[in-house]
Design a protein around this ligand. Structure first.
Ligand SMILES: [Zn+2]
Ligand SMILES: [Zn+2]
Length: 300
């Protein structure tokens, strides 16, 4: 994995003369007219959007007043180009967060059964949704099979099976980004730490913590999650008739249970994940950054 680390990158951040204090940024958009402008930009078929089109969509007659609000947004949330106005990243984020919440402001959904069996006791699994987080848990022993933020917009217009599938996809993608060193929230630099801890949401005692240096966003996972799209792991399964893409991560014991991951060495840090399947076993060695060092197949 390439991990760009040049002084130049840091300087450009440190030299940011244009950065807005968060409180000032919120003050700028705490205004119905400005939120309407951001929403109109978001809903537009094309980008950039001309001044007159944008004003018509927002429905504000007074051109000077419209221009006043538009100029307040320009620079931090909106960029002015030769032929109109377009989003900057922060502007699009604002609209997306408004939309993600407003589809379903106080969503509640009863726990529902999901595919797979508890890796600990073999009982059935249930998905529950609370505080905008979805958790997969064993109905009998309570063993956790992952709990992660899932925005309420994700519940809209989906059956329960589709919600479970969307959650699976989301968890895979978030962890893929995090393990590659990119924060899924702010794209800042993410660090990976291997932690030995018995008290983890996943019920594993050797877990992986990803933490963003910029926004402090954290993600906790089992080391196996890193391997879901590794070519050797994918082909090991494909050769034995299993498509990893079609299996929710929580049905793969090496993604959610402790006993398949062990520390091989502390210095340098190395860990091994065992993946048993159809009488064979794939053993994957990774370093502390979760880069794969070696894979080998052993017969039972
Ligand atoms: Zn259980
Ligand atoms: Zn971040």
């Amino acid at each position: 994995m390439s991990k760009p680390d040049t002084a130049g990158d840091r300087e450009s951040v440190l030299e940011c003369t244009d950065c807005l204090d968060p409180a000032d940024a919120f003050a700028l958009i705490a205004n119905d007219a400005r939120l309407s402008i951001l929403e109109a930009l978001w809903a537009a078929d094309e980008s950039p959007v001309s001044f007159s089109t944008l004003r018509r969509e927002v429905g504000m007659r007074d051109s000077a007043q419209f221009n006043y609000h538009l100029q307040k947004l320009t620079g931090h949330f909106v960029t002015q180009q030769a032929d109109g106005y377009a989003f900057k990243h922060a502007g699009e984020k604002v609209v997306r967060s408004v939309i993600a919440g407003s589809f379903n402001e106080h969503p509640s959904i009863d726990p529902f059964p999901v595919a797979g069996r508890c890796v600990d006791c073999g009982s059935s699994l249930t998905a529950s949704y609370e505080d905008e987080r979805l958790a997969i848990t064993c109905v009998d022993c309570g063993h956790g099979h992952g709990e992660y933020a899932f925005p309420p917009g994700g519940l809209t217009d989906r059956t329960r099976a589709e919600i479970a599938d969307a959650f699976d996809q989301r968890v895979r993608h978030l962890h893929c980004l995090a393990a590659d060193g990119v924060c899924p929230e702010c794209s800042g630099r993410m660090e990976t730490h291997i932690v030995e801890d018995d008290d983890c949401c996943l019920g594993v005692s050797l877990r992986v913590d990803h933490e963003c240096r910029q926004c402090a966003h954290t993600l906790c996972s089992a080391a196996g999650l890193r391997l879901l799209d590794h070519s050797a792991v994918v082909s090991f399964h494909r050769e034995r008739g299993v498509s990893l893409e079609e299996r929710p991560y929580w049905t793969l014991p090496w993604c959610v249970a402790d006993e398949f991951t062990r520390l091989v060495s502390r210095d340098p840090l190395e860990l091994e994940v065992r993946i048993p399947l159809a009488g064979d076993e794939l053993r994957v060695t990774m370093n502390g950054d979760l880069d794969v060092l070696e894979t080998r197949t052993v017969d039972d």
